[in-house]
Write a protein that binds this ligand. Structure first.
Ligand code: ADP
Length: 425
């Protein structure tokens, strides 16, 4: 009943006009004329119903005198849930809707502002103007310089013509730009690091071919330097390959069950000759009976070799390197490597795991460093879902701690057989 009532109310003017017309027709044409008129009206209605295409549906934005009153709930919900910053502009280019990501970007108070007060960038205003004038979508890249530089691609589109509504959507390209920049910097740094020893080797080859041709003493000396530079290039290439391999597998959790004490003792034993050369004593304590960790054996050996090697390289001559294993309260096993060298300035600590970052480039080179050791450590720790902490007091040595999660109890209880059965099922 209510539906019929609504229908009649919505068609009230059409019905009234029809009745008035019928009255006029009866008065003017008589009853036969009225029937002809009804037949003609029916024919017209049929032609309009089936021959004329229906109008294109407009987005269901409620209007108030040609302006937007408010967004329909579903549209609002959809735009609010979008993870990209979005705003809607009315015919005067004033903001009547912003979603949460756009609020996060512009701060509060964007609503009802003119778009030109929010985006000072002429290119963004130009694409919005273009879309408002032509109804055509457009897009442009732009940069927000403050508070931190961010790069975006702005997309504008008309989503309603009556009343006019322009949508502005932003795609954040900052992470992509940063990773492109990091890649370019990495290639530039790697080439530079390789070019220096290569230039030394080619220079000595020319000298040996030229004026040092018959100088036996100079020849031996130059060949020695060339061998050192060649070894440096080899170490750099080895580290670059390690880094690439570890990065490739970083998202794949390691599958081996590792007794950490064995791995740490193996790494320390491999470096004993280097420690002895500087008269440095290396001691390993703790570790017996610690729970196993999930890990990649080769990668963990490399991780601890890099850290112990650094402790020897940057430690004190005739000094000491202490390696301690233990279990923390939070289901983690830790390994601490401490030296009694010069330590690291506080400002440098957050940058140590950056590729090619060194506190003292000359010292690192003299010690045969590539500047990649701690970057490799960081990636191995991250693949093992562990944690790396670095503490140092200038003049008081440095302490590097690696924490790795122990294998959870239900995994530890499984025998290899029960694992295989589970996989088959
Ligand atoms: P490198 O090949 O130069 O040793 P790493 O990535 O292993 O490269 O280390 C980066 C820098 O961190 C080193 O050049 C050094 O300046 C600093 N560093 C690393 N370990 C120590 C340490 N135990 N004591 C003092 N400085 C260290």
């Amino acid at each position: 009943m209510a539906q019929i009532g609504n229908f009649l109310r919505s068609r009230i003017w059409t019905l009234t006009a029809g009745l008035v017309l019928a009255g006029v027709a009866v008065l003017a044409l008589g009853q036969a004329g009225l029937w002809s008129l009804i037949a003609f009206a029916l024919a017209c209605a049929l032609v309009i119903r089936f021959m004329v295409p229906p109008p294109l549906p407009q987005p269901a934005l409620p209007r108030g005198g040609g302006r937007i009153a408010e967004l329909p709930p579903m549209t609002r919900l959809l735009l609010e849930q979008l993870p990209l910053p979005v705003m809607l502009l009315d015919v005067d280019q004033r903001v009547f809707f912003v979603n949460e990501p756009m609020r996060g970007l512009l701060g509060p108070g964007a609503l009802r502002s003119h778009v030109s007060t929010l985006f000072r960038n002429p290119a963004v205003l130009e694409v919005l103007g273009h879309t408002a004038r032509s109804g055509q979508p457009a897009s442009v890249p732009f940069t927000l310089p403050v508070p931190i530089e961010r790069h975006f691609q702005a997309y504008s589109a008309t989503i309603s013509t009556a009343p006019p509504v322009t949508l502005l959507l932003l795609h954040d390209l900052t992470a992509i730009r940063r990773s492109e920049q990091a890649r370019a910097d990495f290639v530039a740094n790697a080439s530079h690091e390789l070019r220096t020893p290569l230039a030394a080797v080619t220079g000595f080859i020319d000298t040996l071919r030229g004026h040092a041709k018959n100088d036996a003493e100079a020849r031996d000396q130059f060949l020695e330097i060339m061998s050192v530079e060649a070894a440096r290039m080899r170490r750099l290439i080895d580290d670059l390959l390690s880094l690439a391999r570890i990065e490739l597998n970083e998202h794949v959790p390691p599958q081996g069950r590792i007794v950490l004490e064995h791995v740490v003792r193996e790494a320390a034993a491999a470096l004993t000759p280097l420690a002895e050369a500087d008269d440095i004593e290396v001691t390993v304590q703790g570790g017996a009976g610690l729970p196993e960790v999930m890990g990649d054996r080769d990668e963990l050996v490399q991780l601890f070799q890099n850290l112990i090697h650094n402790a020897i390289k940057y430690g004190r001559q005739q000094g000491h390197v202490w390696i301690t294993l233990g279990q923390a309260v939070d289901e983690q096993v830790f390994v601490t490597i401490r030296d009694d060298g010069e330590g690291i300035p506080a400002g440098a600590i957050p940058r140590l795991t950056e590729r090619f970052y060194r506190v003292d480039v000359k010292r690192s080179r003299e010690k045969g460093g590539t500047g990649l050791g701690l970057a490799i450590v960081k990636h191995i720790v991250s693949r093992h879902q562990g944690r790396l902490t670095i503490e140092s007091q200038p003049g008081g040595g440095a302490t590097f701690t690696v924490s790795l999660p122990i294998i959870p109890a239900e995994n530890a209880a499984k025998s290899p057989d029960s694992l295989a059965v589970t996989e088959l099922l």
